[in-house]
Write a protein that binds this ligand. Sequence first.
Ligand code: ACO
Length: 446
Amino acid sequence: MNHTATLQINGTACSLPIIEGTESETGIDVSALRSRTGYITLDDGYANTGSCASRITFIDGEKGILRYRGIDIEEIAEKSTFIETAYLVIYGHLPTPAEMKRFSQLLTENQSLHELMKHHFEGFPTTAHPMAMLSSMINATSCFYPGLMGRRNPARFDVQAARLLSQVRTIAAFSYRKSRGLPIIYPKPDAPYTENFLHMMFSLPYRDYAPAPESARALDLVLLLHADHEQNCSTSTVRMVASSQANLFACAAAGVCALWGPLHGGANQAVIEMLEEIHRSGDDGSAFIAAAKDKTSGRKLMGFGHRVYKNYDPRARIIRKACDELLAALHVTDPLLDIAKRLEAAALHDPYFIEHKLYPNVDFYSGIIMRALGIPLEMFPVMFAIGRTPGWIANAKEIMDDPKARIYRPRQIYIGPAHRHYVPIEQRDLSSTPAQESPAVPCHSA
Ligand code: ACO
């Protein structure tokens, strides 16, 4: 195979190295392009840009393959747990029994928030979205561990990572309790990660909540399936922040903000809202599908489509099966699951969705599981954030560990006004300037 690509620019040839990944995926290394030619590449939305070389997760979107550290997601989902998977994602190998024991110990030792952190919760209105609280509180955690600041300290990384992974769950549960005016429930020292989360969510001071094993397993599976997904919007954000050598908590707080939007981690909430709307309206789904195909409607079939998958998202397949199993085990029915299945069947046979290669993504069915567990809608993106934390940690670590890592700093093609001069205010011709919207809040004169 030819290991260079040649780019012709105005008659001059520029030879660029071709980089090949472990799974034979290829990319053209343009890092020297500007210094050699004066040109940059332009790729709006980064659909064609590899921002890094990474050893963590492999996706083949055409074939619907997802692997963490080389292992198929189907195999991990069947045999592993969220915490073991987190170790795999962060450290690159499946833990030995001794490594697993130490990791679990670190998670337990670091699961409680600093007591002063509780005061921060008091400042949020009860209407605050838990993603806003989660991001703020993760960032606030770094105030209590100033030793975490600055460049990675390998000796302390394990504690930082365990504290973040363990406390993200504690913060999430506390946010929910506070938003409902419920007393905070502290984590148990001996409960597994996911059971402990459900305990902090649903126990009462006078009554312990003991989830059915099927419930805890289903939620653990949801978290595991979200553990990493290579260079998605939130993970790229985490890497961007990590590249400036900010601390791990700052990186994760930024990741939560990026995840919040309905095109990313907010989609699981949007899917249930969409299914509820269809249920309320009595539509069999066809009116919604018609609207989703109509570009003027402003609607999309939420939980469908993906930048990378042009095939069925393997996580959606696993979650769909888990939905059926959980509802059967709990002896509950959910009309939204039936609507979701009907929508999926209709979309998969619809020429628009076939031509656009739009398939269910991970968010299409995950909300049904969370509903069955009694997790409120506004907490759905938070669950995604807990699940994605191992991936954020692993990606930040990859940058921290790389002695050649540079700050992420993309370029742009400037399309604003060409060079011009400052005009004193009394000489400005208002008719030649575009109309400005009035500010919502009166401005103070300088
Ligand atoms: N419903 C209807 N049409 C869609 C949908 C959808 N869900 N998704 C994409 N399309 C159409 C677009 O309108 C566009 O059509 P056109 O080429 O005729 O103009 C085409 O498919 C390509 O879509 P883009 O938006 O350009 O694809 P992009 O890769 O930028 O976006 C995304 C991917 C954001 C996931 C998009 O498919 C979407 O908005 N889906 C719904 C929200 C969702 O489920 N998000 C979760 C993503 S997975 C995750 O974060 C875990």
